[in-house]
Design a binder for this molecule. Structure first.
Ligand code: ATP
Length: 305
């Protein structure tokens, strides 16, 4: 990466009294990247975001956004948009009033408000009080508000949590579109598949530390275990002897078909495949790469859900 980082986090420590929430984080996010920040509850994601957004001070270390320190620096907001997980919209005001209020504060034209409402499919509901909006609509309105001033960097705290796949899809498309404009997105999420599809790089945070950071594909190759998945119509349903004969096999059922998973790198794989013929008819065989969720378990020793 040759360009200067859009976000830089350097030796970042945050203590709440005795509790060490962030234990010396270091990472950079580059322009044009969607950077995924994944971790279980209490890992330190919101704490990091609050510091990046200038809402909380580091105990030690520092962060910059576009080269500017995030602590005590109101001019940061000229270049930064933030979408928090919790809605902080004015529920009694309509969608358009919410946006116009912020637009007026920042000297942004009403035309920009209309454009964003249209892009995010909120035109029809624009004059209804926000209190009547669905969760998905509120999230879209929050994104419109964060994008009003066309910031260079967008920070999103779990923007799709609790949304149905269609609503989440609209937000995924928005993130993709924003990245395609060369802008930078810091995306905190619990959702591994969201991270796999959207993110250029991901950082796993666990107990205030970065446990791994790389491209999803690289992490999967380095830490995950690819498997061979064999669909088998067994001669008889009792496969206990198979599990004894092939100790590394994982067997699950889909109706009356057995799905047998074998580690792709097992040196006995060929012999095991031959043995499987003794247990029934092999219907399909395909290889499956590790999921990001498996990598997370391997790297942190914990599950995300
Ligand atoms: P979640 O996914 O549940 O939102 P998170 O990864 O965002 O979790 P944080 O909210 O950053 O985690 O919390 C990190 C740790 O710091 C947790 O143990 C939390 O209890 C603690 N913590 C956060 N804010 C405070 C605070 N204001 N005072 C004391 N402890 C706090």
């Amino acid at each position: 990466m040759n360009s200067s980082p859009a976000i830089m986090v350097k030796d970042l420590v945050k203590n709440y009294g005795e509790m060490v929430a962030l234990k010396g984080l270091n990472f950079q996010v580059y322009p044009g990247e969607v950077f995924g920040y994944l971790g279980p509850n209490g890992a330190g994601k919101t704490t990091t975001i609050r510091i990046l957004a200038g809402l909380s001070h580091p105990t030690k270390g520092h962060c910059t956004v576009l080269g500017q320190n995030t602590t005590g620096n109101p001019s940061l907001y000229h270049h930064l948009g933030i979408v928090f997980e919790e809605s902080n919209l004015y529920e009694r005001l309509s969608g358009v009033e919410n946006l116009r209020f912020f637009a007026a504060l920042h000297g942004i034209s009403p035309a920009r408000v209309q454009t964003l409402l249209k892009v995010y499919g909120l035109e029809k509901a624009a004059r209804r009080p926000v209190g009547t909006y669905s969760k998905g609509m509120k999230r879209r309105l929050l994104i419109c508000r964060a994008l009003l001033h066309d910031p260079e960097v967008l920070i999103m705290d779990e923007p799709t949590s609790g949304l149905d796949p269609t609503s989440a899809g609209v937000i995924h498309a928005a993130i993709d579109d924003y990245r395609n404009q060369g802008k930078t997105i810091f995306l905190s999420t619990h959702d591994m598949s969201e991270a796999e599809t959207l993110c250029d790089r991901v950082a796993f945070i666990n107990q205030g530390e970065i446990a791994a950071l790389d491209r999803p594909g690289t992490l999967k190759r380095q830490h995950g275990q690819a498997t061979l998945v064999i669909q088998l119509r067994p001669d008889e349903r009792e496969l206990e002897t198979l599990k004894r004969a092939i100790p590394t096999a994982q067997v699950s059922w889909e109706d009356d078909l057995a799905m047998v998973k074998l580690p792709l790198e097992d040196p006995h794989l060929g012999a095991y495949l031959d043995q499987l013929h003794n247990y029934g008819t092999l219907l399909t065989i395909h290889s499956q790469e590790a999921s990001l969720g498996q990598v997370f378990r391997e790297v942190t020793g914990t599950r995300l859900h």
